[in-house]
Design a protein around this ligand. Structure first.
Ligand code: NAI
Length: 462
């Protein structure tokens, strides 16, 4: 009963997906999870609850800014924060219970508790040893805070605390203009907080296509978010429930202070591998604390694998899921594989931002000869009808072969639109393949086709 083909440690998107695929492939599988619910950071304190608050606050924004234009009068619009929080909790519960159901359906045992690995082939939970031919570490990541900042999850919070504040703060300072800072900053700005984002670099969302970065920041400013760029936060102090943030503007080397009711520290995440006993086992880590793996997700100890945020690569739930499926297939003797050139990234603000493949800056740096097809949502009838015409689709294609090398979208439903380009890239498509595919009218997707047309003889509606 206590011997398994595979024990997966961690039930986030990487872990639970991997467990399900292992079970589907006929492997006797268990998953160890120490939290009260399955689903890991993503379902409990990450992707899913943040999307619930983004959705609710976006509805508020629409009601305040666009309803009257359509003849919908909402005279007495009230934000009930307690109710919004319970809506968020219901969304979380529905999702985590869904994973429990999937585990039962696939006959996966949930071993409740925190795991360590005393030796290859063994997993220890609550002083009990379980045997496993294969162990998959999918323990994810945790917020990496700055030294000089103490997190209390009330006044100085990580994303976890920011999802469950006691109330809507009058003033919020967000440290870091990355994905978490901009998504949660947007939530509170829409709910009425004054939001100031303090960012070390000169541009928001590091690594993103520069043209998208600029448009994105302009739109967020228009929505009321304030940006203090080129500023390194050094410390945060709290007195009587109010926070004071000290930062240096590094170009002029000037020292500044800013006060807030809540400070959100969104300066990145680091792999969570504490308590597993990796060092004693001889599992090597990289200098950034990630578990070292080969192309088959094997660690430096035979029979132990690792996936997701705990290893190298973008810290994204869907990247972890794909690795979870691939490692299960590899263990089952199949040819599991992840195409790291086609992993989309999405920021769920309004408008959404999505990208896949190379940025223009990367192509320039690599000396590639490329062409750009760009189309603004102002030329898209559906977007205009829906007050969503801010933004554009940009497709980058090889100048000689027309093969799609990357796509960058800022606009309505960008996170869904990007997948048309992902599929095209998986099939090695040329921009012309997208351009010659009939797209239904009126849809936002037509903007993707128009950008593809712009790589060739030109878009029609611009
Ligand atoms: P991030 O790495 O995206 O951004 C952190 C920002 O903080 C950077 O711009 C950095 O320059 C800035 N920073 C660092 N130290 C600073 C200092 N002392 N003062 C001022 N600024 C400073 O990290 P974030 O937003 O915390 O996200 C963590 C991870 O979670 C990312 O890998 C992200 O991809 C993932 N995530 C993805 C989501 C999505 O796909 N929609 C949603 C939420 C998180």
């Amino acid at each position: 009963m206590d011997s398994y083909d595979v024990i997966v440690i961690g039930s986030g998107p990487g872990g639970y997906v991997s467990a399900i695929r292992c079970a589907q492939l006929g492997l006797k599988t268990a998953c160890v999870e120490g939290s009260d619910t399955l689903g890991g950071t993503c379902l409990n304190v990450g992707c899913i609850p943040s999307k619930a608050l983004l959705h609710a606050s976006h509805q508020l924004h629409e009601a305040q800014h666009n309803f009257a234009k359509m003849g919908l009068i909402t005279d007495n619009l009230v934000v009930d924060w307690t109710k919004m929080q319970s809506y968020k909790t219901e969304v979380i519960n529905g999702n985590t219970k869904g994973i429990e159901f999937l585990f039962k359906k696939n006959k996966i045992d949930w071993i409740k508790g925190w795991a360590s690995i005393p030796a290859a082939g063994q997993v220890k939970v609550n002083d009990k040893i379980y045997n496993a031919k294969h162990i998959i570490i999918a323990t994810g990541s945790e917020p990496s805070t700055l030294s000089g900042i103490e997190i209390d999850e009330k006044t100085v919070v990580t994303s976890t605390g920011a999802l469950a504040l006691d109330g809507i703060p009058e003033k919020m300072i967000v440290i870091g203009a990355g994905v978490i800072g901009l998504e949660l900053g947007s939530v509170y700005a829409r709910l009425g907080s004054e939001v100031e984002i303090i960012e070390f670099l000169d541009d928001i969302t590091p690594g993103m296509d520069a043209e998208v970065q600029k448009t994105f920041q302009r739109i967020l400013k228009k929505q009321g978010l304030k940006f203090t760029m080129g500023a390194a936060v050094q410390s945060v102090s709290v007195k009587k429930g109010k926070a004071s943030v000290s930062y240096v503007k590094h170009k002029k080397d000037t020292q500044h202070q800013a006060g807030a009711d809540v400070v959100l520290v969104a300066t990145g995440r680091r792999p969570f591998v504490d308590g597993l006993g990796l060092e004693a086992l001889g599992v090597s880590l990289t200098d950034r604390g990630q578990i070292q793996t080969d192309t088959h997700y094997a660690t430096t100890v035979s029979g132990i694998y690792a996936i997701g945020d705990a290893i190298t690569g973008p810290m994204l739930a869907h990247k972890a899921e794909d690795e979870g499926m691939a490692v299960a297939e590899i263990i089952a003797g199949q040819a599991g594989h992840v195409n790291y050139n086609v992993i989309p990234g999405v920021i769920y603000t309004h408008p959404e931002v999505a990208s896949v493949g190379q940025t223009e800056e990367q192509l320039k740096a690599a000396g590639r000869d490329y062409k750009v097809g760009k189309f603004s949502f102002t030329g898209n009838g559906r977007a205009k009808a829906n007050f969503a015409a801010d933004g554009f689709v940009k497709i980058l294609a090889d100048a000689a072969t027309d093969r799609i090398l990357g796509a960058h979208i800022i606009g309505p439903m960008a996170g869904d639109l990007i997948h048309e380009v992902c599929v095209a890239m998986e099939f090695g498509a040329a921009a012309e393949d997208l351009a010659r595919t009939c797209h239904a009218h009126p849809t936002y997707s037509e903007a993707v086709r128009e950008a593809a047309l712009a790589c060739g003889n030109g878009a029609i509606h611009s």
